[in-house]
Design a binder for this molecule. Sequence first.
Ligand code: ZN
Length: 321
Amino acid sequence: MVGTAWVASSSHAAPCDGPCRLLKSLPRCEIPVASAFDKNTIFPPRDDSDRYATPSDEQLEAFVRSLRAAVSGDRDAWGRAFEAGYLLCARPNEDTLLWRPAIAGSGWAIVALRAKGARPMIFEVPHPIYDAGTLRQGRYAYGAVSARALIASGTHRCANAGFTTCEGTTRVCSDRLEPYRESDVAHSERSMFHAAHRVLSDVYPRDKIISLHGMGDDGISLSDGTVIPTSSTSNVALLLFSLEDAFELELVTACNDAPGAAVSAHLCGTTNIQGRYTNGLSDHACTGTATAASDRFFHIEQSSAVRRRYRRVIRAIERVF
Ligand SMILES: [Zn+2]
């Protein structure tokens, strides 16, 4: 019987290639994946603290190389991560590779990559402190749907007083309309968060990327990173219909017009640079305007009531992808 069981399991086992090869060779993570995405572990720079450290070009490049090496199963990933200021470790029992800033409190992104058996979905949490509840939601999503990856910012978006050069203005950090802060990774190309987005968006071109946000208004506002009309069978429309079914008592609207869609151009994420990057503006995501949607990037704004029902949101997304 033992021999039979062995034959059966080995014939069904998926090949361990790419990042899976690193699960056993990298140092073991000291903490579970969920703990790495906990505010108390991240120790994020607070608003107006000026404690967020903008990474250097060399650090950004090393981080990109580390991620790319890991995806191809190259052990060089550990050394490149170290050069970037990161510790890369593995959680074999969670099939996950984990990048954490070597210096806690730097504000840099935390990245989890599922090394085998991943569903082609990448969750992003660019505003973990300001958009209360989205870090918990991302952490839940990563485990609940066996997502490919989770990328979370490690800083409050208003930590630093300095501004980015990216297009767009906001009142989120002060009473005045002003450019986005350099600590706002949804609007700063010079961030580890955006570096991770670029790599994973490129190396997994079929994956869907979901950027989780919170808003003060009621309901849910969904977009594909643009306000361009779409068809009723596009992913963004299907996602809208699934969220409408899951939240019958909430106002669920889309920024993209489609037959049967409730449309409202409300907080559409058109200046979100991760969306712009994946919608074709790879070299000028900071200042360009996307003229087409890839139908792979989804920007979801949620009221505090909706965020309290974060599991229901994730299950509605999972039903589409
Ligand atoms: Zn946000």
